[in-house]
Design a protein around this ligand. Structure first.
Ligand code: GLN
Length: 535
């Protein structure tokens, strides 16, 4: 069988965190800009079915797709760079692979055979890789393999790559990302870790076609030649990936290094025209030349961990550029915040965002931050738990229900203003059981929400179990907190606003999952704009 779709595998060596996701997304962007249809898939070697049950401390943010997959945060980068939605098929874990193979075994599909890593697990992996190609929508599928070559867990994935290279030599290509460290004492860049890393790949039968070398200093021609010679690649297939100020510069750096050209040549695909990167460059220009700046507080409980709120941070980058404005995010730990110290800690902020989350830790600090934003007329955006906290704060301090709370934290609350959704009441399993993915929301006219979207029906992504308790809606509206967005079918309150306030919006959904470079999210744009106006 020959494929019409081409497969590019991206592996990593030497250390983790070299930026495989950004390199994959940057290459995909350049190929897309040459009119190829491209998608990117992440294979994660851990045994969890998906990262939905993982603590952000383990694996950063959990990204959610339109079709409700809880996925690795790299899918967020893929969408932000390509402006094409991903889906369930774009993130595969060892848990999913084994679950599917074991289910088949129970059904008797293996006809009495012994079920083994090779061929059964590797066949399942290869099938998952080719699902995207067989859809017929994509010229090129880029598959990023999580982890580092040599890890026990990634072996079946590398073996699957080896088999695919063997079966479809014309249609497959391996890019290996490595590190070329600079030893200050020697004053030299060192190639040995790269050599060893390629050796590890060769031991399992995979010869990389292209090496992308992460480095803090330029790779001169002699270093490139040396790496090429030791690793059996041509010098032009040794690509420098120098540290960049912003991840959005990486596609341009990869274009300068001609990564896309080398890839197309090796895959025997025509280069077509030069990549159309005008729009991307215009965005970069705006990013680098803001005419003004604002400081917005991000109030959350994972402040030590920059990856926990990845999509929110990137949404501000997009929305800032769209407003010609640099958004300085000040990360503030919700745990240390109280009504007493809020004005001291928050006084320099021009806008306040309260982050999503689960559980009781840091919740009272989030409520204090919201009280401060509401009383001092600081523009406010609350996302998911942030919106729920805004409802609790309003109930306690405006309506006067001191016993108002969310049933997530206090099942006995006198006024459960946020309550478990009906459909969740019989749910006991934790994995994949939240209200997930895209739902419609009907927007009320003449609201900040409507001004942001300019649309009556919007579609946004969700990840929650609790919701606004509609029993109390009249009490809230009588006192000035309005439901300005609702699910048209169920009446579930998706958005609350305080019209008296310059800009106070709480959303049950996650706008941050839909912001891209080409399409900065309207709500983030409107929030930054409101902060600018209010400044
Ligand atoms: N814990 C809340 C719920 O489940 C909010 C979830 C979130 O912020 N993503 O409804």
């Amino acid at each position: 069988m020959s494929n019409s779709t081409k497969y590019i595998f991206v592996t990593g060596g030497v250390t983790s965190s070299l930026g495989k996701g950004i390199i994959s997304a940057s290459l995909a962007k350049l190929l897309q800009a040459r009119d190829y249809t491209v998608t990117i898939q992440k294979l994660d070697p851990y045994i969890n079915i998906d990262p939905g049950t993982l603590n952000p401390y383990e694996h950063g943010e959990c990204f959610v797709t339109d079709d409700g997959a809880e996925t690795d945060l790299d899918l967020g980068h893929y969408e932000r760079f390509l402006n094409v939605p991903t889906s369930q098929a774009n993130n595969v874990t060892t848990g999913k692979i084994y679950q599917s193979v074991i289910n088949k075994e129970r059904k008797g599909e293996f006809l009495g055979k012994t079920v083994q890593v090779i061929p059964h697990i590797t066949d399942e992996i290869k099938e998952r890789i080719q699902i995207l190609g067989k859809k017929g929508e994509f010229d090129i599928v880029i598959t990023e393999i999580g982890g580092t070559v040599g890890d026990i867990e990634s072996l079946p994935y590398i073996e699957s790559v080896r088999q695919m290279m063997w079966e479809f030599p014309e249609d497959c290509l391996v890019i290996h990302l490595t590190l070329v460290p600079y030893l200050a004492a020697a004053g030299e860049l060192k190639t040995k870790p790269t050599q060893h890393s390629v050796k590890s790949l060769l031991e399992v039968g995979v010869q990389p076609d292209i090496l992308v070398c992460r480095t803090e200093h330029d790779l001169d021609i002699s270093i490139r030649k040396k790496i090429a010679k030791f690793c059996n690649v041509s010098p032009k297939a040794v690509i420098e990936s120098i540290d960049a100020k912003s991840i959005y510069e990486v596609p341009m750096l990869m274009q300068e290094e001609e990564l896309d050209k080398v890839v197309l040549e090796k895959l025997h695909l025509p280069a077509k025209d030069e990549p159309k990167m005008q729009e991307w460059k215009a965005f970069l220009h705006k990013l680098k030349h803001p005419t003004t700046e604002v400081t917005i507080g991000l109030i959350g409980k994972y402040i030590e961990l920059k990856d926990a709120y990845k999509s929110i941070v990137e949404s501000f980058v997009h929305a800032g550029a769209a407003n010609d404005c640099k958004v300085n995010l000040e990360w503030i730990h919700s745990e240390g915040l109280t009504n007493e110290n809020a004005s001291e800690k928050l006084k320099d902020l021009q806008g306040i965002l309260v982050a999503p989350g689960f559980g009781s830790r840091g919740i009272s600090g989030k409520i204090s931050a919201i009280k401060f934003a509401r009383e001092n007329k600081v523009p406010f955006l609350g996302i998911c738990l942030g919106m729920q906290c805004a409802v609790i704060e309003f109930a306690r301090n405006v309506i006067g229900w001191k016993d108002a709370h969310t049933a997530e934290i206090d099942k006995e609350a006198g006024h459960p203003v946020i309550d478990l959704m009906e459909e969740q009441k019989n749910v006991t399993n934790k994995g994949g059981t939240m209200r997930l993915g895209e739902y419609k929301c009907k927007v009320l006219a003449d609201t900040n929400l409507y001004k942001a979207y300019n649309q009556e029906i919007i579609r946004e992504r969700h990840r929650h179990r609790f919701e606004f308790n509609n029993e109390y809606l009249n009490d809230f509206e009588a006192k000035g907190m309005m439901a300005t967005g609702k699910n048209p079918k169920t009446g579930l309150v998706e958005v609350v606003e305080i019209p008296e306030h310059p800009w106070f919006v709480g959303v049950q959904y996650h706008p941050e999952y839909k912001s891209t470079v080409s399409n900065p999210h309207p709500l983030f744009k409107a929030f930054v704009n409101a902060v600018l106006k209010n400044k």
